[in-house]
Design a protein around this ligand. Sequence first.
Ligand code: PLP
Length: 457
Amino acid sequence: MKMKLLNQLESMDKKYLWHPFTQMKDWIKNDILIIQKGRGSYLFDTNGKKYLDGVSSLWCNVHGHNKKELNYAIRKQLDNIAHSTLLGLANVPSIELAGELIKIAPKGLQKVFYSDSGATAVEIAIKIAYQYWKQNNAKRTKFLTFSNAYHGDTIGSVSLGGIDAFHELYKSLLFKTIKAPAPYCYRCSFGRSGKTCRKECLREIEKIIRARRNVLAGLIIEPLIQGAAGMLTQPKGFIRRLRELCGRYDILMIVDEVATGFGRTGKMFACEHEKITPDIMTVAKGITGGYLPLAATLTTEKVFNAFLGDFKDGKTFYHGHTYTGNPLACSAALANLEIFSKEKVMAKLQPKIKYLKEKLAEFYKLAHVGDIRQCGFMAGIELVKNKSLKEPYPPEKRIGHQVILEARKQDVILRPLGDVVVLMPPLSISMNELKKLLDATYKSIQNVTEAEQDRVL
Ligand code: PLP
């Protein structure tokens, strides 16, 4: 791209755009990276410079960028129709996709309600759970949520969240939830680790559930790993036990698979690891292979049936979005699922998960790597100022941010969560590319933390 046009783009961005999760004062001050195209695991900026996409364009890309089959499916659908509403009408791709989703979803989930982002899928889940109890004549209006939870940025989703940095400011706007501890074994609030941390958390959770059982409509959990909080992995058996508790106390279990769904954890859905079926499940991100905004809230027949009645009964679920069940997005999602089976994506992913684990173990050699957490193809490396004390860096140092800027010099795009460096490449990444990603990340952490250490001394 010509220099003049490039400068123009940059100044227009700075003049007109407001970027998400971004301090715009810093953004406007600094050089910005403008992505123009993508191929496979790579992103290309407007200068033609190539970068490995280490975070799957915010955790959603699955089979790489510019995937022939996905491009084709969207073009083909475009020749039929780009959009037609699901309010009062049906459309072909959304019907076909619902059938395919039910085939692969945990057994027992039977109905699909579409929307367009993870946050909207969660809003729908909580509205369904709330209305479900109203229609079952029970005063169950509260939700059990977890410390460090993240379910999106709409007001309902934020109400369910547990990350102070993102959620605290809006407190007076939010509805109240009942909070329970989720495991963060590295910094366990009970001072325990591993199995014991799980046991203590579960003991506390059960205590809360028992005390509030008559008001609880549902519980919402990110299964196996709380992503946005810094890739906090849950000890084995944690969600299985939550499933048992929800069953025992008759609470709707909502599992938020927005980040974990579509292969990320090494199985199609995280629920499969512990062989559970929630009452409601939310999916988004990888559903279209990372191409178009689409989400879905899946429910059991039992939940769905509570909404059936004569029109005058007022049991209709009054919720919908203009682009609910968008045909282009559903076509991309259908092609996405087809690639999963045609290219044996899940089988090919297993050695990559193993390799990631082996290589990550080497990162402990670095003086400022405090903890490494991995769940399938999701990983977080927590950087600390003092390893033996687990002392964090002062937030204003923005060590995680420094690491991702350093990684760009090594031709890799990362995005941190505070001082946790996240690795979440497309499932299709090759072994060589994965090695390159890990080597560049290692070097970036080393360069930044050593330079910081030198400054302190
Ligand atoms: N739920 C979980 C578990 C997520 O990780 C996210 C986003 O990262 C969301 C919901 C929100 O999804 P979206 O950004 O598509 O609204």
